[in-house]
Ligand binder design. Structure first.
Ligand SMILES: C[S@@+](CC[C@H](N)C(=O)[O-])C[C@H]1O[C@@H](n2cnc3c(N)ncnc32)[C@H](O)[C@@H]1O
Length: 294
């Protein structure tokens, strides 16, 4: 897989698979700390319900960490190839108050200089990659969805109608997350490296960059390497669950995971296509597949 370029796509290239946020706030909802492209936040409880009893939990493509919030306990491993994201998670775990103070200060600076301050931070982040700045940009950029240029520069714009979550509310979310992250190990690296020490009795949840659009994503995901890692996990009797493909309306984005790699495939309804709504197209039900090797 090509470094974190695998995740660097423009929204226009997305296979129109963003789904409308579910409005329910059922027990067990994940507080929205970091919106991340491909976030499983709205499905986290349903995916977590498939987790077998296990020793150590691994999440090698952590992104916004929705499943980690549900399944993470001391000793669990969360990892991602994107270094500023891992720096962000470590900051939430180790120094929640510093992140809260930073956001409070930056939020005030933004109110005083709208939208100029956003672009100052964006330039600074592209130079220094401070996790506090990644957090600020995610809170205030268009749709709160990370977007990078091909060269890895954060290039999303300021969300004009959004002045950032009130610091008090942000503080509450960060503290809640921080309590959940104590004792969790974060690693910056490739999924193959992350899962190398998973053993029988451990459980891995995999949510790689979306693989539904063959033209654009097969090359990026390097499926052969990905399949060989799944095969290695099978050989070591490590249980795993994988979010991989799905359907939108009548269209199947079936990636045909080789049948010998898994035992079960579950289809989870994940909402309605938000993109179709914006374009006044038909509102289509979106489902995502969850493959299990147990
Ligand atoms: C679909 S997102 C994960 C979303 C996450 N489940 C959530 O709920 O927010 C995929 C993640 O994989 C990461 N990634 C891409 N290539 C990777 C690789 N080779 N190894 C590890 N992580 C990778 C991206 O940086 C991105 O954060």
């Amino acid at each position: 897989m090509k470094s974190f370029d695998a995740f660097l796509f423009e929204p226009a290239e997305l296979p129109t698979f963003e789904v409308a946020k579910e409005s329910h706030t059922s027990h067990g909802d994940v507080p929205s700390l970091l919106k991340w492209t491909g976030s499983k936040r709205s499905q986290a409880a349903r995916i977590a319900a498939f987790a077998p009893s296990h020793e150590r939990y691994y999440e090698p493509f952590i992104g916004g960490g929705a499943l980690l919030f549900m399944l993470g306990k001391p000793g669990a491993v969360g990892a991602d190839i994107y270094a500023p994201l891992i720096a962000f998670w470590k900051l939430v775990r180790d120094d929640a108050e510093r992140l809260i103070d930073d956001y409070t200060t930056q939020w005030a600076a933004l109110q005083a200089d709208l939208p100029g301050y956003f672009y100052i931070v964006r330039d600074r982040f592209n130079a220094d990659q401070r996790p506090e700045d990644l957090n600020f940009l995610m809170r205030t950029c268009v749709n709160g969805i990370v977007r990078f240029s091909k060269s890895g520069q954060f290039n999303n714009s300021f969300h004009l109608s959004r002045k950032g979550m009130l610091p008090q509310r942000f503080a509450k979310i960060v503290r809640e997350w921080s309590a959940h992250l104590q004792g969790i190990e974060f690693r910056n690296g490739d999924f193959q490296q992350t899962t190398a020490d998973a053993q029988s009795g451990d459980f891995v949840y995999l949510d790689p960059p979306y693989a539904g659009n063959k033209q654009r994503y097969i090359g990026d995901l390097d499926v052969d390497r990905f399949y060989s890692v799944l095969d290695e996990l099978n050989r070591r009797s490590v249980k795993w669950a994988l979010s991989f493909d799905g359907t939108r309306g009548e269209t199947a984005y079936d990636y045909s995971l080789p049948a010998e790699l898994y035992k079960r495939k579950e289809l989870l309804k994940s909402g309605y296509s938000a993109v179709a709504k914006v374009l006044n197209g038909p509102v289509e039900m979106v489902t995502e597949s969850l493959y299990l090797n147990y």
